[in-house]
Design a protein around this ligand. Sequence first.
Ligand SMILES: Nc1ncnc2c1ncn2[C@@H]1O[C@H](COP(=O)(O)OP(=O)(O)OP(=O)(O)O)[C@@H](O)[C@H]1O
Ligand SMILES: [Mg+2]
Length: 346
Amino acid sequence: MASNIGIDLGTTSVKIFMEGKGIVLTEPSAVAYNSDNQIVGIGKRAFDMLEKNPSEIRVVKPMVNGVVSDFTATGHLLRSFIARVCKNAIFKPNVVVCVPSTVTGLERRTILELATASGAARACLIEEPLAAGLGAGLGNDKPKGVMVVDIGGGTADIAVITMGCVSISRSVKSAGNALDEAIIRQLRRERDIIIGEKTAEMIKKRIGSAMLRDVELGMTIKGKNYITNMPGTFEVSSTETYLAMRPVLEQIIEGVRSVLEETTPDLAADILDSGIYLTGGTALLRSIDKMFSAKLNIKTKVAADPVNCVAMGTGEALGDIEILRHNGYVFKSRAELGGFEDSRGE
Ligand SMILES: Nc1ncnc2c1ncn2[C@@H]1O[C@H](COP(=O)(O)OP(=O)(O)OP(=O)(O)O)[C@@H](O)[C@H]1O
Ligand SMILES: [Mg+2]
């Protein structure tokens, strides 16, 4: 029997939840092609090639800023991962796919078509912040409004959830990748040091913080001198990292403020009581909860296992179809979507 699966199609990574098993796959969102456009690697293998940068290989990251920017590569990614997790199944699985709440109707339809063409029997969408909230344990049974901010690699998705539905949401294109880019820019501008994305991410995770640290930390990194173009080792401090990241974090806070401004007084009162929950990989940035509390005067908590909240939330939805129906989502097969293979007789 095929177990149904939930897919968090993230900018940085794809996570798959399988009914009865939990999270069964976490792989970078990347596909590598050779010069004949044949696939030579998917997921981690493709991501590793990105770093080595061989000239005859093209590595595509199909999701940019939380939206599908390359549909063909997304199809390849889905087909490979669905096949991998369902390798022993006789029947095709039903699949719930997460999408940012801001995707257009056309994008929704295209993702559904991709899923049903890539190994799903029937597919259904769920909004990412709703899934994040469900995965953080803020399900249908919580009548009070609560705010969830899912800060991933490409986007920060801000939503107010009440009784299992998203009442207001907004997506800000400032998240983990923007923090890495800010560190790269700052080092080049202020110190004439050039570093790569992976080094910037390492600095962020190791010494980065959303609040100024009491005790400054240092880290030795490898990079290139911008003037001489020669490689070398450099010392980077936690304070300069904090200062580089601060404007990006401020943009996320501005996004949250604008959602709070739109909430009704009753919902605002609910949020004051129940607080803000942070999910997504960037919720692991040191002191980000303290920064939220300090800037917004609302208690803020990082959800348990924030990286997997969205995928876990798709699992909650699979376990309680009412959640999907309640939000107007129904499973559709390829024929029901009007896919040409199955709908010829209609
Ligand atoms: N310990 C950490 N400290 C700071 N940032 C972290 C940490 N661990 C992971 N991250 C960041 O989390 C981001 C990935 O998070 P996540 O897996 O939630 O993204 P995604 O779901 O793929 O992206 P999106 O939701 O934007 O499409 C990356 O930018 C990564 O650098
Ligand atoms: Mg995500």
